[in-house]
Design a protein around this ligand. Structure first.
Ligand code: NAD
Length: 353
């Protein structure tokens, strides 16, 4: 097969150093020549922020973090950053915290050093998100890509196992969707496949030994690769569906991804033989869907949208909202009926095999 594609790599320093976040963050602040830090972490992430910020000059602490970044919160944070004349943002927390840092960088151009404490992967993408009422808007801007990411698996040890599993499956979803997303290419696919390999080994190890670092380190590594692949390939059908569900029904991000993924893989896999072959190999399984479902079972993954606030009566309106967002080159042609069937199966937690 001939190779014709255009791939863009993003410039970002990536540091893996379990147990050494404070020293590595201080090193990154110095590299940027920054002297006045805005430290962002939610109230429940305060202890993580303290562990990360021991060696840096913090001028401003901001802990008003809300999932999906409401515009009013972003505006308050931007005003605080400008008022305190900070010259770098350090974010310590999950995707919501990273998301607020990105919202500030979007309008101020301030550089971000991100210290992720979940497996959401936002730190490795140039994608921002803001919500106004029930309307979630996302966009792409080079200013929001963190200049440096410090991955310290010790900071993820406190993430409860069910949240770790949901978040890790959010990363698996980035990998799977990267295989057929609009700008997929062999480089994204190689990273996504290596991401799945790391996640399918890391997540069971994490569940068996939540206080240990080995499983959590592999999971972070997989999460990073998944996000790089996702940022480069763009949103495929899976992300389009979860975007609508998260924004319109305020469903929890990671759990929604974990539940919807098998339904999308079962729909697209048979129409995308190359993706199916790569995914099956990455899962070390005969069929990709078997690899994913075996992993989900092993992890006791979230099962049904009905358990997280979505109702069967929501299905028609959700399908109607998703249909216009479906990528034109999705491997399987998608209709309202197909979306309704898929959403009903996700609502019910049916095994699509
Ligand atoms: P989150 O950031 O909302 O965190 C979930 C919960 O876990 C929070 O209560 C948080 O305080 C807590 N938490 C975080 N780290 C912890 C730790 N180590 N120990 C104990 N508790 C901890 O959830 P998330 O799934 O990480 O992020 C979801 C958000 O990120 C969504 O808004 C989503 O849209 C966004 N996101 C964006 C991108 C992107 O590329 N822009 C990618 C992925 C996710």
């Amino acid at each position: 097969m001939s190779l014709r594609f255009e791939h863009e790599s993003f410039a970002q320093r990536v540091v893996f150093a379990a147990g050494e976040a404070a020293a590595k963050v201080a090193q990154e602040v110095m590299r940027l020549g920054a002297t006045s830090v805005m430290l962002i972490a939610s109230k429940s992430e305060a202890d993580l922020a303290r562990r990360v910020s021991r060696g840096i000059p913090v001028t401003l602490r901001f802990d008003d973090v809300v999932m999906h970044v409401p515009v009013e919160v972003a505006e308050r944070a931007r005003a605080a950053a400008t008022g305190h004349r900070v010259d770098v943002i350090v974010s310590a927390g999950g995707g919501s915290t990273t998301g607020l840092a990105k919202a500030i960088a979007l309008t101020t151009g301030l550089p971000i050093i991100a210290v992720p404490t979940t497996y959401a992967g936002s730190e490795a993408t140039n994608v921002w998100g803001l919500t106004e009422g029930a309307q979630k808007t996302t966009g792409v801007d080079p200013r929001v890509l963190p200049r440096a990411v410090v991955y310290d698996a010790a900071l993820t040890v406190s993430l409860p196992v069910p949240m770790s599993v949901a978040s890790g499956l959010n990363a698996v979803a980035h990998c799977v969707d990267s295989m057929w997303a609009p700008r997929t290419d062999p480089i994204n696919q190689a990273m996504a496949a290596e991401g799945i390999r790391a996640l399918r080994l890391g997540l069971p190890a994490l569940v068996d030994d939540p206080a240990g670092l080995l499983g959590r380190e592999q999971t972070l590594y997989g999460a990073y690769l998944s996000a790089v692949a996702f940022a480069s390939s763009g949103s495929g059908l899976h992300h389009k569906i979860c975007h609508v569900l998260g924004g319109k029904y305020n469903l929890p991000h990671a759990q929604t991804h974990a539940i919807v993924l098998p339904q999308v893989l079962a729909l697209n896999g048979p129409s995308a033989p190359d993706a199916e072959r790569r995914l099956a190999a990455a899962f070390d399984s005969e069929r990709a869907i078997d690899g994913l479902q075996d992993l989900r079972m092993r992890l006791d993954a979230p099962r049904a949208l009905r358990d997280i606030g979505f109702t069967e009566a929501d299905v028609p309106a959700a399908a109607a909202a998703i249909l216009p967002t479906v990528p034109a080159d999705n491997p399987t042609a998608v209709t309202t009926e197909i979306l309704e069937r898929l959403l009903r199966a996700a609502w019910d937690g049916a095994d699509p095999r």
